[in-house]
Design a protein around this ligand. Structure first.
Ligand code: NAP
Length: 484
């Protein structure tokens, strides 16, 4: 069904999987949606296949799409990230007027979003970089949405976004105004980084249950199902059990055994780590996850190294294997707490750096449904930051600190068993190292300061007095001077 000109409440351009499903989601919620795609076949296919789901206004050109919209115009771009997004913005911006709103729902780098927002703001056009999580299914049935940009623009979009977003268990829509300019895309980037980290930890838990405990995939699927009923309950644990329980129809073997063990990546994990290096926030779990995928892809190197010796793996008595599985659950939970703690640290650091004023509790709240990392666990993060918005980090929350502390003995057993048995656990071990670094009374950073002062006169601070100091290392009695 189509509607007359200038009646559409929102326009969507870019009708591949994401754009098409968001357009349908909007139409199903009663909005008249103008739809456009560079190649008209996608527009025609959408109207032909799903036209009965609501009101779609097909447009052949950007000008037609803009002409179909009520003012202020709301245009959602769902095109390929990078240069294509710039090209599409260039096409639409001249057709828009001050007060109109251009939403980029693609996976843009937040720095690009900042640049685009600043440029369009000069022309009075609101640019709203919006993170969208939940993939194709989420786009249709309810994504988690992370819009950044002006408050005014958010207010004009909120009724629509709240309708199409997923609903958390308490009924609240999983969308909130994250903050100005690139804040939404930044949070989406870290969301994806955390997703990498969570998946890596789950992968390591599987590997330990397989290699060290000696369980078959079907048994491990059962264990994951059991875990899913507890504190680890989440979409990622749920789908892990599904994947592990799946049998390959062609060979009758476990599906996980016939898939090539080279993990792909599209780049948001890498962006997270690159950005974290600039911000100086230690997201070691995300970095290990990105590098673990990279290692998996170096086939020639792995083949050449296959002959390297490893330890003999003792066979575990069934009782010991069952106990070990419980310890893996604890190690996985504690490592997950660290992964999320690191992600939130990064979000808060960026919020300070860019003056975004991001509410850390609201971020956790909008990932509780629709998003790939949706989990009961996020209710706990929401509650922790609501109770104390100035929490220096998740591990400073009493509840999380108690749980990580209670898990630490099992965590150490799991990491040392992995080391003993030669099972790579970069995620588990780096999370434990982070936990130990934070709780350490003294870090070897003091020695590093001494080394830096020795070779580069980089100066150091003392524990007992204010000021910066330098020791004249080349002078025989090594006198100390105060430099400021
Ligand atoms: P995509 O494959 O990333 O992009 C294809 C769409 O972009 C098509 O509509 C294509 O038009 C259009 N396009 C490409 N270059 C263009 C240009 N120069 N001018 C005009 N249009 C151009 O599609 P997608 O997977 O649906 O994703 C859309 C956006 O959402 C991306 O930024 C993606 O990163 C992001 N995202 C994707 C997912 C997911 O699960 N797929 C999840 C969250 C976010 P034609 O049909 O004419 O080629």
């Amino acid at each position: 069904m189509t509607a007359p000109t200038a009646t559409a409440q929102i326009g969507v351009t870019g009708l591949a999987v994401m754009g098409r499903n968001l357009a349908r989601n909007l139409a199903r919620h009663g909005y008249a949606v103008a739809v456009h795609n560079r190649s008209a076949e996608r527009t025609d296919a959408l109207v032909r296949e799903f036209g009965d789901e609501g009101v779609f206004v097909p447009a052949r050109t950007p000008a037609e799409l803009v002409a179909a919209l009520q003012r202020p115009r709301r245009v959602l771009l769902m095109v390929q990230a990078g240069a294509p997004t710039d090209a599409v913005i260039e096409e639409f911006a001249p057709l828009l007027e001050p007060g109109d709103i251009l939403v980029d729902g693609g996976n843009a780098h937040f720095a690009d979003t900042r640049r685009r927002e600043a440029k369009l703001r000069e022309r009075g056009i609101h640019f709203v970089g919006t993170g969208v999580s939940g993939g194709e299914e989420g786009a249709l049935h309810g994504p988690s949405m992370m819009p950044g940009g002006s408050k005014e623009a958010y207010e004009a979009l909120a009724p629509l976004f709240q309708d199409i977003a997923a609903k958390a268990p308490d009924g609240t829509p999983t969308v909130t105004h994250i903050g100005p300019d690139g804040a939404g895309h930044f949070v989406k980037m870290v969301h994806n980084g955390i997703e990498y980290s969570d998946m890596q930890l789950i992968g390591e838990a599987y590997d330990l249950l397989r290699q060290a405990a000696g369980y078959e995939p079907a048994r491990i699927a059962e264990i994951f199902r059991e875990w899913n009923r507890g504190r680890l309950g989440s979409y990622l644990i749920e789908i892990t059990a599904e994947v592990l329980a799946h049998t390959d129809a062609a060979t009758g073997r476990p599906f996980v055994d016939i898939v090539a063990d080279r993990a792909g990546q599209k780049g948001t994990g890498r962006w997270t780590v690159q950005t974290a290096l600039d911000l100086g926030t230690p997201v070691t779990g995300i970095a290990e996850a990105v590098f673990a995928r990279a290692v998996s892809g170096h086939t020639r190197l792995r083949e050449a190294a296959r002959a390297l010796p490893g330890p003999d793996r003792p066979e575990l008595h069934p009782d010991d294997a069952a106990r070990f599985a419980e310890q893996v659950e604890q190690a996985l939970y504690a490592s997950k707490v660290v992964a999320y703690a690191q992600g939130w640290h990064m979000i808060q650091a960026a919020s300070e750096e860019y003056g975004w004023g991001i509410d850390p509790a609201a971020v956790a709240a909008i990932w509780r449904a629709g998003s790939i990392v949706r989990a009961g666990f996020l209710d706990r993060i929401t509650a922790a930051y609501r109770a104390n918005p100035d929490l220096p980090g998740l591990l400073a929350d009493e509840g999380f600190a108690r749980e990580a502390g209670a898990a630490q003995a099992a965590w150490r057993t799991v990491v040392s068993t992995a080391v003993r048995d030669g099972v790579p656990v970069p995620g588990f071990s780096s999370a434990l190292a982070y936990y130990d670094s934070l709780r350490a009374e003294r870090l070897p950073a003091a020695l590093i300061q001494g080394q830096r002062d020795f070779f580069g006169a980089h100066t150091y601070r003392r524990t007992d007095r204010e000021g910066s100091y330098h020791t004249l290392w080349a002078t025989p009695d090594r006198p100390e001077t105060r430099t400021e």
